[in-house]
Write a protein that binds this ligand. Structure first.
Ligand code: FE
Length: 337
């Protein structure tokens, strides 16, 4: 009897409108399958529920803007730093109070004013045909403009933010004119007009339509671990080459999160950020979407290890957003469709 009474008491408390359960409202440009399992774990561990709204990053930014101070959003999650920067520029974000987990993040993965930070690392190296390309023939991005690669380079459209961020990063490190020269040479060596996504560039190399592509590693990793035999076979025909290892390092980007300007659940939002930076979550990203941890000392999955270790660019990633417009302009001028 005593048990029943205490049970009823607990249920009453749970149903009471006066006891507001902690929650976080997350606007996510990352697909549900690539975030929901982590959010469920977070809820299990903390009792904080997460309301997930997924959509394209630009649409979520527009939504945040139109909701203004009535926006329920606490966090905005994107898969490219360019969009986090955009949200900040539009005044839609605020400073995240720094937790212990956050202090461990390298400074170039954090906004200078602390409005956003990286949650997982993505690398964009060269991907070459195993049977047609000698590793020593292409050590740097700069090599891709050599006549040797005429009609042999595949890359997706310049409207894609991964390419825009890559070019912006080059501008940050080498200036506009050197970057423009490189892009102009690169476009001349395109095997075909840019089309498709990163995975399609890898498939094009496998099919012999081109010899070299530039793509994010998690696409190749996803193909290698695919259940589909044909996809796996295609991926095996392609190898990663880490460019610019003797100088600036390979291009990287982040998936990351910004704290919304009018976040109604700030404290809970920071708890979620901490959870996403925990070893458990970092390992999950590495295993599930084959991304690299943003924190040092976290082991890589076997697949990531198989691509080898590499030196990364040291650019403050906010620069990629800052120089986005300049990058788009250069690509446009060079005829990169
Ligand atoms: Fe992607």
């Amino acid at each position: 009897m005593k048990n029943i009474i205490s049970c009823l008491f607990v249920i009453t408390i749970m149903l009471s409108p006066y006891v507001a359960a902690e929650q976080v409202n997350l606007y996510s440009a990352r697909k549900e399958a690539l975030i929901k399992p982590l959010l469920d774990k977070f809820t299990q561990q903390t009792g904080i529920s997460v309301n997930l709204v997924t959509g394209k990053a630009d649409n979520l930014i527009t939504r945040l803007k139109s909701e203004g101070k009535y926006s329920p959003a606490d966090l905005l999650l994107t898969t490219d730093v360019g969009r986090l920067y955009r949200a900040k520029q539009q005044g839609l974000t605020q400073e995240i109070s720094v937790s212990e987990a956050i202090t461990k993040l390298p400074m170039n993965f954090r906004d200078e004013q602390g409005h956003w930070l990286g949650l997982s690392l993505r690398a964009r190296p060269l991907m070459v045909a195993v049977d047609r390309v000698n590793v020593q023939d292409v050590a740097n991005l700069e090599d891709l403009v050599n006549p040797q690669w005429k009609g042999k380079v595949c890359i997706r459209s310049s409207s894609n933010i991964y390419n825009q961020s890559m070019v912006a990063s080059l501008i940050a490190q080498q200036g506009e004119s050197a970057t423009e020269q490189w892009i102009t040479g690169l476009v001349k060596n395109f095997a075909r007009p840019p089309q498709g996504g990163d995975r399609d560039q890898i498939k094009a190399v496998a099919a012999g339509l081109c010899d070299v592509a530039i793509a994010n590693t998690y696409y190749l990793a996803g193909m290698l671990s695919s259940d589909d035999e044909t996809t796996q076979q295609q991926a095996k025909k392609v190898r990663v080459i880490w460019p610019n290892q003797a100088d600036r390092g390979a291009h990287i980007n982040i998936s990351g999160v910004a704290l919304a300007k009018n976040a109604p659940n700030k404290a809970a939002a920071v708890k979620l950020i901490d959870f996403l930076l925990s070893e458990e979550s970092q390992l999950w990203y590495a295993k599930t979407n084959h991304e690299y941890p943003v924190l040092a000392g976290i082991p890589w999955s076997e697949l990531l290890q198989s691509f080898g270790t590499f030196k990364t660019e040291q650019v403050q990633l906010g620069k990629l957003g800052e120089l986005n417009a300049a990058a788009v302009q250069l690509m446009d001028r060079a005829g990169w469709k």
